[in-house]
Ligand binder design. Structure first.
Ligand SMILES: [Zn+2]
Length: 124
């Protein structure tokens, strides 16, 4: 159910952003996902379909995922580095005793794309 809450959060944010932009249709959602996230893009797409599939605001919307490197700390030698690996090894000492930045968001809505066709039709 973890992914369900996360996906709902993404939908809520996208809805707010669309309302803020005065748009009635979201065409794209650009989502940043941490490599260490313990869920898959497929599961988020599945929940998105389940939660927003009937919502006209999100009709035909596409999800775009982007993996972003996170800060990591080697617990063996203290080296700090960034990584996009799921189970990173320290670049200095090759240890797998690595802690990823616990404050890095696992999933984040970066921005939305809106379809302005409806707005243009209203003006015409
Ligand atoms: Zn190290």
């Amino acid at each position: 159910m973890h992914e369900l809450g996360i996906t709902q959060g993404i939908i809520d944010r996208a809805r707010e952003a669309a309302h803020g932009a005065g748009s009635e249709r979201v065409s794209d959602l650009y989502i940043i996902i941490a490599p260490a996230a313990d869920f898959t893009q497929e599961s988020i797409e599945m929940y998105f379909e389940m939660l927003a599939g009937e919502d006209p605001l999100f009709a035909g919307a596409k999800l775009h995922f982007e993996e972003r490197p996170v800060a990591a700390l080697c617990l063996a030698c203290g080296e700090e580095f960034v990584t996009d690996a799921r189970q990173p090894a320290c670049p200095m000492c090759r240890s797998f005793e690595v802690r990823l930045d616990p404050t890095a968001p696992m999933v984040q809505l970066r921005e939305i794309g809106v379809d302005d066709d409806t707005a243009a039709e209203d003006e015409a």
